[in-house]
Design a protein around this ligand. Structure first.
Ligand SMILES: *[C@@H]1O[C@H](CO)[C@@H](O)[C@H](O)[C@H]1NC(C)=O
Ligand SMILES: *[C@@H]1O[C@H](CO)[C@@H](O)[C@H](O)[C@H]1NC(C)=O
Length: 190
């Protein structure tokens, strides 16, 4: 009797684990209604995004091209009845701010620069450290490229499944709450 129970329990536990591995589990009250499909992407170093900002050029087209018209702020009768911001674009905004602060030659005692968006730099950047940390934990990216000790860049050339960023950007633009372009526009919430 006990052995039979243990066998059944073992089978059930095994199938539960199996399901957890093979299927996505959705938490009903957190489901995003944004219909974004998967995309295939190869991880590779891109020096355009590693380079210091060329402030004499004003805006930075390679960075700005990731941000949709509306900056990722949306309003929509079905998906967002109140003005909302898509996390991916808020995360990019934070990364941009941290990068500009890293490369800046001015200290916080100096005048604010355009990328500070009128905010005191230290608490703004500090917020971004924590916001990006939580974004990484939330995604819990489980792709696992083999460790590459030759090129010195972990994961280079590794194909992985991503979500379709261009699709998300297009969706954000279609549902935008207002018109605005680029990283140097003030957003309402940090
Ligand atoms: C780096 O990013 C820029 C801007 O998105 C793109 O035009 C370029 O092709 C990329 N280069 C590599 C090596 O991926
Ligand atoms: C910081 O100073 C260096 C050296 O003068 C200069 O090349 C660079 O463009 C400056 N960076 C910024 C973001 O102003």
């Amino acid at each position: 009797m006990f052995i039979a129970f243990a066998a059944v329990a073992g089978y059930l536990l095994g199938s539960l684990n199996h399901h957890a591995e093979c299927e996505s589990v959705y938490l009903a009250d957190t489901i995003s209604q944004v219909p974004i499909g998967p995309s295939r992407s190869i991880l590779q170093y891109n020096s355009s995004f590693a380079a210091p900002p060329r402030i004499e050029a004003g805006s930075e087209p390679v960075w700005d091209s990731m941000i949709p018209n509306g900056l990722g702020y949306i309003k929509d009768p079905i998906t967002a009845t109140e003005t909302s911001v898509l996390s991916a674009f808020h995360q990019l905004h934070c990364l941009y701010t941290v990068r500009r602060a890293f490369y800046s030659n001015s200290t916080i005692e100096d005048e604010l620069e355009a990328f500070d968006l009128g905010k005191e730099r230290k608490p703004h950047v500090a917020h971004c450290f924590d916001y990006l940390r939580q974004g990484i934990l939330c995604s819990a990216d489980s792709s696992m490229p083999a460790v590459d000790t030759v090129n010195g860049f972990l994961g280079a050339g590794f194909p992985r499944q991503c979500r379709d960023f261009e699709e998300l950007k297009g969706w954000a633009e279609t549902h935008r709450a207002f018109d605005a372009h680029g990283f140097l526009v003030e957003m309402e919430h940090e």
